[in-house]
Design a protein around this ligand. Structure first.
Ligand code: SF4
Length: 314
């Protein structure tokens, strides 16, 4: 497959920065020694040179083969790998060796597993906290096909931020994410606050897939209505010629316009720009986490009791 990122003539605002080659190599060597996957590499993120140069990476657990096939995503679809029980500890060691104070963990979709991989998220957070007690953890989770027990197990460990990306507007959602569902994703975000009102939530949209302005605004309202706290907005870039084409390039001024609109609608923090990705400079959210939840006080027994039925689309 051809990597379009190196072939296209991008505007100045889409050029990537590369600040510290030695730190970049250090990050790569930690990832390869510990045999870890990152969405930075598997997703061909345009910021990987910058982030790795700052010793930052977003870990992708549960293998590098996804059970879904979203048309914008570079992560390879295919037969999923066997669960590796040593992965949580290896992620925790990488966090320690990189000296991270804020880390984002995501995964491929694992629709082959009964819990969608939720227990591995839980184990990974446990191990990270064991080795890195001061590190804040953001989890970027899949929709678990609406499995509420999976979602609840994740909310109960109280990640500092819990993210689920809506990615695009309802009108083109099924075209670019054929195995996902817009309303299911919205419901999942809404359910998080029902389990724990204090849980900080986040979502992300890519612009340039073919959405209209009125549809963007409706999506932002839908997210706010479900209690979403934080938002990122970034330019979609076609990873290869096989992927969904870019329908529109937004300028930095247009991203700033949407940042202000989103703040006006009620988001507590918005990152918006051509190269912004869900986890780009995610550590800036630490500012909003000063009223950290006291994990020792709010144990699982204080959480509301829900039935364990699947989330349903209404
Ligand atoms: S923006 Fe996120 S996914 Fe991209 S390189 Fe940085 S940490 Fe990785």
């Amino acid at each position: 497959m051809v990597d379009n990122l190196s072939n296209k003539k991008f505007a100045e605002w889409l050029k990537v920065r590369y600040s510290s080659p030695s730190q970049f190599d250090h990050t790569i060597s930690i990832l390869s020694e510990l045999k870890l996957n990152t969405i930075c590499q598997e997703g061909l993120c345009p910021n990987r040179a910058e982030c790795f140069s700052h010793g930052v990476a977003t870990f992708m657990i549960l293998g590098n083969k996804c059970t879904r096939n979203c048309h914008y995503c570079h992560v390879a679809p295919g037969k999923p790998v066997t669960i590796d029980k040593t992965e949580p500890e290896r992620v925790a060691k990488a966090v320690q060796q990189l000296g991270l104070s804020y880390v984002v963990i995501t995964s491929v979709n694992r629709d082959d597993l009964p819990d969608g991989g939720a227990c591995m998220f839980v184990e990974t957070v446990d191990k990270i906290r064991e080795l890195n007690p001061k590190c804040a953890v953001e989890l970027l989770i899949p929709d678990f096909k609406g499995n509420f027990e999976s979602l609840r197990s994740i909310v109960q460990i109280q990640p500092e931020v819990l993210s689920h990306n809506i990615e695009t507007v309802e009108e083109i959602f099924s075209k670019v994410r054929p195995q996902g569902n817009y309303l299911l994703s919205l419901q999942l975000i809404g359910k998080i606050k029902q389990v724990n009102l204090l849980q900080k939530t986040k979502s992300s949209l890519m612009l340039g897939l073919g959405e209209e302005e009125i549809q963007i605004e409706k999506t932002l309202r839908d997210l706010i209505h479900r209690g979403c706290d934080f938002l990122t907005l970034g330019q979609y870039l076609q990873p290869t010629e096989m992927h969904w084409p870019v329908k529109k390039y937004y300028t930095p001024n247009q991203f700033e316009k949407w940042r202000l609109i989103a703040l006006g609608l009620g988001f507590k923090h918005v990152e918006s720009g051509p190269l912004v990705r869900s986890s780009y400079r995610a550590d800036k959210l630490q500012f909003h986490l000063t009223q950290k939840m006291n994990r020792s006080i709010q144990d699982n027994s204080t959480l509301p009791i829900f039935d364990n039925t699947l989330i349903t689309i209404t």
